[in-house]
Design a protein around this ligand. Structure first.
Ligand code: BEZ
Length: 391
């Protein structure tokens, strides 16, 4: 009798322990991550690379962040700002996601930021550089793992004037927030160093009929041209610029999106182009080498800047989640943890500014074969001015 009680007590304790750990596992439901990205149109490859990068980091953590398994919900935003509110509400209201990750297009990202601010849903922007998202729209629950449009292009302006000794330039881009903010940032840097932007050309997004504008550039003969295009539009623009013979007479500069993830398709037309961006080929750091090897093995292709930004969006989520033990409702603590963190990115370590935008080096890159080879640093530890952010 006495002996059986002695055995029964530890057995009872063990089963209670087991029951409580099962209950704990059940108390941590899957973390619902809503990916709102372009899976059609000119930015399709960018959306896919961001998702690949995000999934790679999650897989490296055994499929869980802060002990929570991840369940993905996906919406194709088509890079269409007019559908942004409906699309983001599919994730917020229909799917009840815990975290939003998106998107590529600045106009769509502003719609997402508005909805995230209103609903309080956590948002990590893995590309779109809209200055407003970490400017007037900044909020405790909104973060960016990529860049601001200003940040990507200001340094190219200073390099074109100071190092390349260009006196006059024209800019060309799509007429929407990203194009306008990047070309204005180039102008700001270029004119601060004594250059003059004579004309800023635009065409509607995602139009790729460049011929009339190229004819205008050829007639005006500026010392240089600065362009923002990305994805399929960048491939077409760089090829058309070369086909018109302009690459022989008027140097073309760009924010790095002009040649990132596009070199295979651009071929000879892109050779020698100088661009600025927060990522480059040939960094040759242990962190970047490890990332590139893992990405190439998993997806059978080389990573680009978009893959890095997706990977880092997942790293940022993991950092914030670890601090709040997986509880995304603790927004202030989540934000405080990220504010203190140094993100170990393949691009090089970065911190976040008060407005939750990366403070990072902007590389000067030169196209060589199929690589955007790093040739220098255009701006060291560059922080976005976050004009209009009150937080
Ligand atoms: C943007 O809309 O912010 C954007 C799109 C593609 C590449 C870079 C920026």
């Amino acid at each position: 009798m006495i002996r059986s009680t002695a055995f029964a007590i530890p057995a009872l304790a063990a089963s209670l322990l087991m029951a409580s750990s099962v209950a704990m596992a059940q108390a941590q439901p899957k973390l619902k991550v809503g990916l709102m990205l372009p899976y059609s149109g000119t930015f399709t490859a960018l959306g896919v690379a961001i998702e690949n990068g995000f999934r790679l980091y999650v897989d490296e953590q055994g499929g869980k962040l802060a002990g929570r398994e991840i369940e993905f919900f996906k919406v194709d935003d088509e890079s269409d700002p007019s559908k942004a509110t409906d699309n983001v509400n599919k994730l917020i209201k229909r799917d009840n996601v815990d975290v939003l990750v998106g998107t590529v297009h600045s106009g769509v990202a502003m719609g997402m930021a508005r909805a995230a601010k209103e609903s309080g849903t956590l948002l990590i922007v893995p590309n779109a550089g809209s200055d407003a998202v970490t400017g007037p729209m900044c909020a405790v629950n909104i973060f960016r793992s990529s860049f601001s449009n200003w940040q990507s292009s200001y340094g190219m302006g200073t390099v074109a004037a100071k190092q390349e000794k260009k006196k006059t330039a024209m800019t060309i881009t799509w007429k929407y927030a990203a194009g306008e903010e990047m070309t204005n940032a180039f102008k700001e840097g270029f004119e601060k160093e004594g250059g003059k932007v004579s004309k800023q050309l635009t065409l509607p997004f995602p139009n790729v009929e460049f011929q009339a504008l190229l004819t205008e550039i050829a007639a005006a003969k500026p010392d240089a041209v600065f362009a923002f295009f990305a994805g399929g539009g960048a491939v077409k623009f760089v090829k058309d610029y070369a086909a018109a013979g302009l690459n022989k007479t008027i140097p073309l500069y760009g924010s790095g999106f002009l040649t990132d993830g596009t070199l295979e398709a651009q071929g000879d037309a892109a050779q020698g182009l100088l661009t600025t961006l927060h990522y480059a080929d040939g960094l040759n750091t242990p962190r970047d080498n490890q990332f590139r090897l893992a990405y190439a093995k998993t997806f059978k292709m080389q990573p680009d800047v978009y893959a890095v930004q997706g990977y880092d969006a997942a790293q940022m989520l993991a950092t914030g989640l670890a601090a709040v033990k997986g509880d995304v409702s603790r927004k202030a603590e989540f934000a405080a943890a990220l504010q203190k963190a140094k993100i170990d990115s393949p691009r090089g370590p970065f911190t976040l500014s008060k407005s939750h935008n990366p403070v990072q080096d902007i590389y000067l890159r030169k196209v060589d074969g199929k690589e955007n080879k790093v040739v220098g640093i255009a701006s060291k530890s560059l922080s976005d001015p976050a004009r209009g952010c009150r937080m």
